[in-house]
Each structure stands twice: as structure tokens, then as C-alpha cells.
Ligand binder design. Structure first.
Ligand code: SAM
Length: 286
């Protein structure tokens, strides 16, 4: 059995992984922004953002939902986006400039040890980050610490793999080609927080109240199965890591199988996948 990694090693690995795929994220940026905008609006609503608020976004990557938060809080408000990967943040900074936003900054840091004073933020948002942390309860405690009393957290994490075939298919297809040990349900990864109540319970433990935990369904649509495959390989750091363990023949086998599976989702001219996101919101008591 492989030796267990320490939290620091996992975080280092995450930093390297996400820096490595930053170029792919920039390439697919427009596509994801267009397809995922509805999630940002839900997060902004769940975090109760309005003009003048000071907002923290956790794991901003290439910028969302932080950029929408900055547009929502306006010139009287501010947004700080934090992420491990400087190269992802460079993309986010370029987008902020293009959008003419002067009220947003991005800084490198770890969500489990937030470099901010207690009660520093009116609200916190996060999209597709918290499940990658080796110590999620520690991050929950940090969220509770830096939120002002009464402030809201709104977080999006992936729901179950069978409800997210665009990602789930990649994992199951790779498993058809090589033997992988059964996944440790507590190990950081895309579906680590898919279970109902998991993140909600950790936030409650950290002292947050009025916790809601809901699945939010939608879809995303690619121009072709090839476009789906290319984007997956260029942006999904966990999938890239698994593919790197395969021989060239096995990689071709995975590609063939994935293209065939993706074709089952053809609707009209496009490949349209359902998606299910767990939206968790909570607030710090007054
Ligand atoms: C799937 S990307 C999501 C980025 C963006 N929020 C979005 O939805 O497009 C996950 C991001 O979480 C960041 N991340 C992972 N672990 C982190 C940690 N411990 N602290 C800060 N950021 C982290 C990664 O660097 C990566 O940019």
C-alpha cells in the first residue's frame, strides 16, 4: 500500500497540479464561463451579496465566482480571491483587467490557513475547491473565524459521479483499463463532498448556523465528443494524473471508450451532459 501523504504533501501536489493545467483553463476559459455562469449567480444569491460588501472567494482559480462577486458588490465593495496556484490566478487577474474591475485582488494562499484577521469578511463564496482539501474541517473553522457575525458562506461542490457523467465517465473508463485501488472515501478529490450532509455537518461543527444543503441540477453542452475529450484532458488535473500512469495504448483505449460513451449524450448537433452540484450555504451567528 502506498504510504499516506501528509496534508502538506497533498497541498503541494494540488499546487503543482493546478499550476500545470492553468494553460488549459485559459484555453477553455470562455466555454466554461458561458456554461457555468448559472452556478455563479446561485452562489452570489446564496451568499446574499449586495453593494458595498467585503467578500472572500476560496479557490478562485481562473476567477469565478469572484469576478461576478466583484461586479455585484460594486465600487463600494471589495473582493479577495485566494488560491494555491499562482498561474491560475494570473488568468483571473487578466480577466479582471479585461472586465475593468478595480475592486478585486487575487492572492496566493491555502484555504486551510487563511491569511486574514478574524471577522474580516461580510461573505464568502467558493466554487469547486473545498473537496480538494486534505483537512476540510480545518477550512470550515477558518471560514467561521474570518466571517463577520451574520455573514454568509455559499459553496458549490460536485455531487455524485453518476449524476455528473462528464467527469464520472472519465474515472470509470480509466478503471476499466487499469486496476485502481478502491477510492478512499475520505481522500481529497472531485467527489469527496458529494454525500448529502457531509460539508453541511462540518460547517455546523465549526459553529455556523442556518445550514442548507441542496442539489442543484443543470447541464453543459460541448460542440462535439472530441471537444469534450480535449477539454477533459487539458483542464481536469485529477484525470490528467490518472492518464499519466497509463501506457500509450491504454490511453488510446480510454480515448476510444470515452468518445463512444460521450456520443450517448448527443442531442442535436451537440454533446449535452447533465450535471449535479451540491450547493451548501450557512451563516455565522450574530
Ligand atoms: C476546479 S478549480 C476551481 C476554480 C474556480 N473556482 C472555478 O470554479 O472555476 C479548483 C481550484 O482550487 C484550488 N485549490 C485546491 N486546494 C486549495 C487550497 N488548499 N487552498 C486554496 N486553493 C486550493 C486549486 O488551485 C484550483 O485553482
Amino acid at each position: 500500500m502506498a504510504p499516506q501523504q501528509t496534508p502538506e504533501q497533498i497541498i503541494d501536489g494540488q499546487r503543482q497540479d493546478w499550476n500545470r493545467v492553468a494553460g488549459g483553463w485559459e484555453k477553455w476559459d470562455r466555454f466554461f464561463d458561458e456554461q457555468m455562469a448559472f452556478l455563479n449567480h446561485r452562489l452570489v444569491a446564496d451568499a446574499r451579496l449586495r453593494s458595498g460588501l467585503r467578500v472572500l472567494d476560496l479557490g478562485s482559480g481562473t476567477g469565478y465566482p469572484a469576478l461576478l462577486a466583484a461586479q455585484t458588490v460594486g465600487p463600494d465593495g471589495t473582493v479577495v480571491g485566494i488560491d494555491l496556484a499562482e498561474q491560475m490566478l494570473d488568468v483571473a487577474r487578466r480577466k479582471a483587467t479585461r472586465l475593468g474591475l478595480n475592486n478585486i485582488t487575487f492572492r496566493a494562499g491555502d484555504v486551510t490557513t487563511l491569511p486574514f484577521e478574524a471577522n474580516a469578511f461580510d461573505a464568502i463564496t467558493s466554487r469547486f475547491c473545498l473537496m480538494f482539501l486534505p483537512e476540510i474541517p480545518k477550512a470550515a473553522a477558518e471560514i467561521a473565524r474570518v466571517l463577520k457575525p451574520g455573514g454568509w458562506l455559499a459553496a458549490a461542490v460536485w455531487s455524485a459521479p453518476e449524476k455528473n457523467p462528464s467527469i464520472g465517465l472519465a474515472m470509470t473508463t480509466i478503471k476499466q483499463v487499469i486496476d485502481l485501488p478502491p477510492p478512499d472515501p475520505t481522500a481529497p478529490g472531485v467527489f469527496r463532498l458529494a454525500k448529502p450532509g457531509d460539508l453541511a455537518g462540518m460547517l455546523q461543527q465549526a459553529g455556523l448556523i442556518d445550514v442548507s444543503d441542496q442539489e442543484f441540477f443543470g447541464e453543459w453542452s460541448y460542440s462535439s465528443a472530441d471537444a469534450y475529450y480535449a477539454s477533459l484532458m487539458e483542464i481536469a488535473a485529477p484525470v490528467q494524473n490518472l492518464m499519466a500512469t497509463l501506457t500509450e495504448m491504454q490511453r488510446q483505449d480510454v480515448k476510444q471508450r470515452l468518445l463512444e460513451s460521450a456520443s450517448q449524450f448527443r442531442r442535436g448537433e451537440r454533446i449535452t451532459f447533465p450535471l449535479a452540484v451540491r450547493m451548501v450555504a450557512a451563516r455565522k451567528p450574530l
